[in-house]
Structures are given as structure tokens and as C-alpha cells.
Design a protein around this ligand. Structure first.
Ligand code: PA5
Length: 464
């Protein structure tokens, strides 16, 4: 039980589902064992839907060591040349890098300055003119490099941002000088970005064809920005390899990753259609954003799927706490519990004790955070919300790699349990097609006329 476990476990992340036992019928989890064994077979024999996108499955063992060496050399060059690296990408080409940087750097990404690595900023993950204009202004006074990340090489948001950033780099450093500071991470063979990189002589890194965007953080997509920021990428891969081993057992009782997938399915079948990923460390905020994309795009299709949502506690206990405790009973929670937060702060004693907090004096702030976690888990259980606890020993590169692989495999297994293809995202295309049509892209003329007509009809009805 999480309440009495020792504070730092061995070098693995552990799943504790004891707080959820009251919501599971006796033997119910064990009954999933056979289904998980089949899912394991389908995954490892590569016979299921989306089988062409399983490159991530053995990636922690098989990744290209030469490319990693080249990435480290590029990272050193970026550190020598630049104060800032702008990573240009969206979705799977952005969230994993941001998640790792936020989890592993001593201050939120973009604010740390006393480290060996460069400051990493992001672009191309939205289309806000205000954001991009401020970024361009900031970069005018800095030495900077660019890492453009796009598997397809055609996604509108990063392509547009890259146009602005590339022009700025060429104005500042000249065309050949800019080419020495622009790094492209894309498909080995296809796409507009691949062609631009070749024409301009930008250094290229590969997103393997069999690794989809949301499964790509352990490839150069995340690893180049991490290395440039001074993060130990060997440790990230060691954590991923450890997770690979821990998650490699077909037997449910031996594999906590499959237990997590099975429990999600049990709760889903019981009408708990929203999973809340909860953490008490702000450094994990973007890990939850990455997790939302991983599970949302992998499972949400064919009218099925858990809705992945995230909360930052204790902050959100003062906003969403009421609903979680007392609103519609839609949820279960997965709590990311960090055993060693990496800092210790003793609560001071005050002579006057005007705030009445002297009863906590001498206690560590982390102790307080832990007691709030425990109290909240118990309160939410009483409110009918099953809780799972993922114990993370510390916020280190090793555990980042471990968490990424653990969730990737759990996600693939969950989607197969649900009966959907974990590796496609047909729904993401709908809005993209509409945008092309509304912007007047060649080939979309007819669709554009129809969409504008629909918009006019709406305006007539509402008068607005
Ligand atoms: O997971 C995915 O496949 C998507 O989120 C993509 O990563 C995202 O749409 C960006 O695509 P691309 O890397 O082709 O620019």
C-alpha cells in the first residue's frame, strides 16, 4: 500500500493499485491475464493493426548508436555556437522534448541560465502572431540555432514558423552561416523538409519510418534538444532499456505495464471514461501533456476510448477538486508520486506563530506534499474515484526514459484491448483538410466553396 511503502524503491517505477481494490471485483484483474497474453503476442509478433509502426517497441535496444554520437557532436556545436536553441515542431514532434526538458532542468525550460546547455525555446506548436513576434524579437539579440522537427515535413504550423525563423537566421548569419546552425529532424526519404535540408546542406537526423510522432521522443526528436540542453541522453536510454526489460513479460502478474493497461480497461468498462493523470510536481506538467497526446490520439477513435485529462495538484485541488470529489462519477485517477523530489526545505519556526503553522515547524515541505497526496487519495476514494499510484523514485533522465517507454507500451496494449489501431490518427486530418480548403490551397477549391457556404449559413441563422 502506498501509505506504508519505503520512500525510495529500487531502480524501477512501480504501480500500486491497492488503493483501487475496492473498485475491482475479486479475480477481475486476473481474468484479464489471458487477454493480455494475446495482446503481448500480437505486439511482439507484429501481427496487429498498425504493425508497420512498431519501431519504438525495441528501440531502447536497437537505436542507432552512430546517430547518437553524431547527435552529441551536434549538441556540442550548438552549445559552442548558440545561447538559444529553438525547437520547431508540433504534437509528437514537440511534446516529448518539452516534457523531458521541463522534468529534467532545474528551472522551467526557457528560464534556466546557469547550466552548461543552451536555453531551449519552442515554436511551430501554435499559430499565434503575438508569440512568434516576441520570439523573433528576443532572438535578434541572441546567438541562436534551430532544430526543425517534422516527420511528414509538411505540417502547417512548424512549416510556417520555420519560414520566419529561417529568414531571421539568414539575415543574421547569411545563407551559409544559417546552414551551419539549422538542424532538421525528419523522415529519411520523404517530405518537403527533407528536400529543403538537402538543398541547403542542413545537418539531418532521422525519425524512423516505423515510429509514429507520439512514439518518437526517444529518437532524435527528443534526444537532440535534450543533448543540447545538457541532459544525459545515455541515462535516458538506460531508463528506457530498463523499462523495456520490466515490461517484456507476457504474464500479467509479472508485468506492471500490462496491469496498468488492464485496470484502465476494467474502469472504462465500468463507465469511468475519463482518466485523470495527477501529479504533485509542476515539473511533470508537460509529461502529462505528452501523455494526453499519446493516449488521446492512440485510443480515441471508432467512437471509443478513455478521455485522457491531467491535473496539477495541489493547484487544481482548488479548482477542479470539488468536481473530482463530488461531481459526475466519470473518473479514475493515476497519480504520479515522486518519491524523492530532489530538494529539501525545512518549514521554519516563527516566534509569534501568528499563522498557527508551528505544528509543522521542522518538517520537510516534501513531507507536507506527501501527506496532501495521501489525504487526497483517500478523500477521492471515498468520493468513488478509483486511484492508481505510479511510484517514481526521482526526477532524473533515467526515470524519464523509463516513464516514456512504460507509457508507450501500456498505451499500445490498452488500444489493442479496446480493439483500435494505436498507431493511426485519422481524426487529426479532418481539421487539417478544412484549413487547407479555407486557405485556398491548390487542389482544395471545391471543398473551400462548400465550407464557406456552411459558414455563411451559420451566420444567417445566428445573425452574428
Ligand atoms: O503523433 C502524431 O503523429 C502527430 O501528433 C504528429 O506528431 C503531429 O501532427 C506533427 O506531425 P509532423 O511530425 O509530421 O509534423
Amino acid at each position: 500500500m502506498f501509505g506504508v511503502k519505503k520512500m525510495v524503491s529500487e531502480e524501477k517505477i512501480t504501480l500500486d493499485y491497492s488503493p483501487a481494490l475496492g473498485f475491482i471485483k475479486p479475480g477481475e484483474l486476473e481474468h484479464m491475464a489471458e487477454r493480455l497474453r494475446r495482446v503481448h503476442q500480437v505486439l511482439h509478433e507484429k501481427t496487429g493493426p498498425g504493425r508497420d509502426y512498431l519501431g519504438w517497441l525495441e528501440w531502447p535496444l536497437l537505436y542507432d548508436r552512430d546517430e547518437f554520437t553524431r547527435m552529441k557532436e551536434a549538441a556540442e556545436r550548438i552549445q559552442r555556437q548558440s545561447e538559444v536553441l529553438v525547437v520547431v515542431g508540433i504534437g509528437g514532434s514537440y511534446l516529448g522534448a518539452r516534457a523531458g526538458l521541463e522534468m529534467l532542468l532545474p528551472a522551467p525550460a526557457g528560464e534556466a541560465s546557469d547550466r552548461q546547455g543552451v536555453q531551449v525555446l519552442f515554436a511551430g506548436h501554435q499559430l499565434s502572431p503575438a508569440y512568434l513576434a516576441r520570439l523573433l524579437d528576443y532572438l535578434r539579440g541572441k546567438e541562436f540555432s534551430l532544430n526543425v522537427v517534422s516527420k511528414s515535413g509538411t505540417t502547417t504550423e512548424p512549416a510556417v514558423a520555420f519560414r520566419f525563423l529561417r529568414r531571421l537566421a539568414e539575415e543574421k548569419y547569411g545563407r551559409s552561416g544559417a546552414a551551419e546552425r539549422i538542424y532538421v529532424t525528419t523522415d529519411r526519404e520523404k517530405g518537403a523538409l527533407r528536400r529543403i535540408a538537402e538543398d541547403e546542406g542542413y545537418e539531418r537526423f532521422v525519425i524512423p519510418a516505423d515510429v509514429g510522432g507520439r512514439y518518437s521522443v526517444l529518437t532524435p526528436v527528443g534526444m537532440l534538444p535534450f543533448a543540447a540542453a545538457g541532459i544525459d541522453i545515455e541515462a535516458v536510454m538506460a531508463g528506457a532499456a530498463a523499462a523495456y526489460q520490466a515490461c517484456s513479460f507476457p504474464e500479467l502478474e509479472a508485468n506492471e505495464c500490462y496491469q496498468y493497461a488492464a485496470l484502465r480497461q476494467i474502469f472504462y468498462n465500468r463507465g469511468k471514461t475519463v482518466e485523470l493523470l495527477v501529479s504533485y510536481e509542476p515539473a511533470l506538467h508537460y509529461l502529462a501533456e505528452w501523455w494526453k497526446q499519446l493516449f488521446g490520439e492512440s485510443e480515441g477513435k471508432d467512437g471509443k476510448g478513455l478521455f485522457p485529462a491531467a491535473c496539477d495538484f495541489t493547484t487544481d485541488l482548488h479548482s477542479l477538486g470539488q468536481y473530482i470529489q463530488d461531481g459526475r462519477r466519470l473518473f479514475f485517477e493515476t497519480v504520479l508520486r515522486v518519491e524523492n523530489p530532489g530538494a529539501s526545505l525545512e518549514i521554519p519556526r516563527m516566534e509569534d506563530d501568528l499563522d498557527g503553522l508551528n505544528y509543522l515547524a521542522g518538517r520537510d515541505l516534501g513531507f507536507l506534499n506527501e501527506q496532501v497526496l495521501r489525504g487526497t487519495v483517500l478523500a477521492h476514494l471515498d468520493g468513488g474515484v478509483p486511484n492508481l499510484i505510479l511510484n517514481i523514485p526521482a526526477l532524473t533522465p533515467y526515470y524519464f526514459g523509463y516513464l516514456v517507454y512504460f507509457f508507450e507500451k501500456a498505451c499500445a496494449a490498452s488500444a489493442y484491448l479496446l480493439g483500435v489501431n494505436p498507431f493511426d490518427q485519422p481524426g487529426v486530418e479532418a481539421y487539417k483538410q478544412n484549413v487547407f480548403a479555407l486557405l485556398g490551397k491548390a487542389g482544395y477549391e471545391e471543398q473551400g466553396v462548400a465550407l464557406r457556404k456552411r459558414l455563411e449559413n451559420m451566420t444567417e441563422v445566428t445573425g452574428k
